[in-house]
Design a protein around this ligand. Structure first.
Ligand code: UPG
Length: 435
């Protein structure tokens, strides 16, 4: 099939590379000429495991190409995916749909023959209706079916998630689109991934419902962790005991410093706004957002407490800055609030992250950087593990302790066990586990 993808950002690139790998003929479009030129050379603007290799293979095979010419790419396509950004609109937390609508207008003027326009961007309920209206208004002759096809990729595992999805959700209002979208995803369908067809508004709702539920699940276990600490219980065992119940499931029950990233914070905010718009408040989600915000700041206080209540003039080493491992993404990362909280109280903060330091330099004024975990431990009064990168999972604790001014380890991801760390003479604080 001939497929055009508007937006060569995170979702667009992963979708394009994977669909090309299925054997489709894919062209990715972006307005950014520098980005397109780099992509043609096989240079990937984001860090995502295996993406560079997949792009190179499919570029080489001639199944994947990049262009700034939207009209040309759309004219030959049977399916056009819209995968442009929907950032939080400044001030009100609504998703900013201006890029989506601008692309819809341009697409309308370039389609030829029956074309499916599928929105991959996360968009509020009713956006598909608006896209259809915009296309019809811009070009009454256009024969287009607008489809909602939300994306459930996780950063750091995007290729795996695309190729082995739990489900594919497609919201349609025109039966002709069912045939076309089934063909797009045929390779996955053969792999038994359920293809769930719904109405368009329902598909848009599923995306927000799934993300908000996961954010709530994390926030629930985070609050449980605080209660476990106070009551002398172990949150990891509570999570395991709960998670073995199939109705609950074991995933997304890892207590930590709070959720971050480009999706959960933005999508939970947007869902609250959608609820307000329809006069149907999303109170659990509202509370989830508030608890998560407070939690990120509380993590800085936890570090200060571990340092005896005072960090002025002390050196705090931070391990991991990105919102999760295997990404260079710093958006809404808990590390931002934690580091700022420590700097505000007069600490010197030195951090190391395998991929996030370039972005962090721009975001956090006053933060210093080291070249490895052992480098930031040098002379530190405490080490704080914020992001659970694999390289922090089996650190040489004796070497760390020798390098540090005081052996204090605050493990916000429960990577270590109390007994092993205590054996090395560390004062150890983790999340929701008794000493
Ligand atoms: N997190 C926890 N505990 C857990 C699981 C996750 O604290 O048990 C945190 C994690 O550290 C991160 C955040 O939750 O800060 C989000 O993690 P994750 O969901 O793995 O990352 P994303 O790449 O943001 O993916 C989410 C959805 C995915 C969706 C995407 C964009 O998981 O399905 O496509 O957001 O909407």
């Amino acid at each position: 099939m001939k497929i055009a993808i508007a937006g060569a950002g995170y979702v667009g690139l992963v979708t394009g590379a994977c669909l090309a790998d299925f054997g489709h003929d894919v062209v990715c479009i972006d307005k950014d000429e520098g980005r397109i030129a780099a992509l043609r050379r096989g240079e990937i603007p984001i860090f995502e495991p295996d993406l560079a290799g997949l792009v190179a293979t499919n570029l080489g095979a001639g199944r994947l190409s990049f262009t700034t010419d939207l009209a040309g790419a759309v004219a030959g396509a049977e399916v056009v995916f819209i995968a442009v950004g929907t950032p939080s609109r400044r001030g009100d937390g609504h998703a900013d749909l201006s890029y989506v609508y601008a692309v819809a207008r341009e697409v309308a003027l370039s389609v030829s023959g029956f074309t499916v326009v599928a929105t991959k961007s996360t968009v509020p309920v009713g956006t598909g209706d608006e896209v259809a209206r915009i296309i019809a208004a811009a070009n009454p002759e256009a024969d287009v079916a607008v489809v909602s096809n939300p994306e459930f990729l996780r950063e750091g595992a995007a290729i795996e998630d695309f190729k082995r999805p739990d489900r594919i959700v497609v919201g349609i209002e025109d039966e002709r689109a069912r045939v076309v979208m089934t063909e797009v995803y045929r390779p996955l369908y053969l792999n038994q991934a359920p293809l769930v067809f719904t109405g368009r508004r329902t598909a848009e709702m599923i995306k927000y419902a799934a993300n908000a539920f996961l954010a709530m699940k994390i926030t629930f276990i985070n609050e449980m962790a605080d209660l476990c600490e106070a009551a002398g219980a172990d949150v990891q065992q509570v999570a395991r005991g709960m998670g073995l119940d199939n109705r609950i499931g074991s995933k997304f029950l890892h207590a930590g410093p709070g959720f971050g990233g480009s999706c959960f914070p933005k999508d939970t905010q947007a869902l609250v706004r959608i609820g307000e718009d329809f006069g149907s408040p999303m109170r659990l989600v509202e509370t989830t957002i508030a608890i998560n915000e407070q939690r990120k700041r509380a993590m800085a206080r936890r570090v200060i407490a571990a340092c005896g209540g005072e960090v002025r003039g002390k050196v705090i080493g931070v391990l991991g800055l990105t919102f999760k491992p295997n990404t260079d993404d710093m958006r809404e990362a808990p590390s931002i609030d934690i580091v700022r909280g420590l700097l505000d109280k007069g600490a010197r903060v030195v951090a190391y992250d395998p991929q996030g330091m370039v972005a962090a330099r721009e975001l956090i004024e006053g933060l210093e950087f080291g070249e490895s975990a052992y480098d930031v431990a040098e002379g530190a009064d405490a080490l704080v593990l914020v992001t659970e990168w694999n390289e922090f999972r089996s650190l040489d604790l004796a070497r760390l302790k020798d390098a540090m001014a005081a052996p204090v380890l605050v493990d916000l991801r429960n990577v270590y066990r109390h007994d092993e760390v205590a054996r090395h003479g560390f004062a150890y604080t983790s999340i929701g586990r008794p000493a």
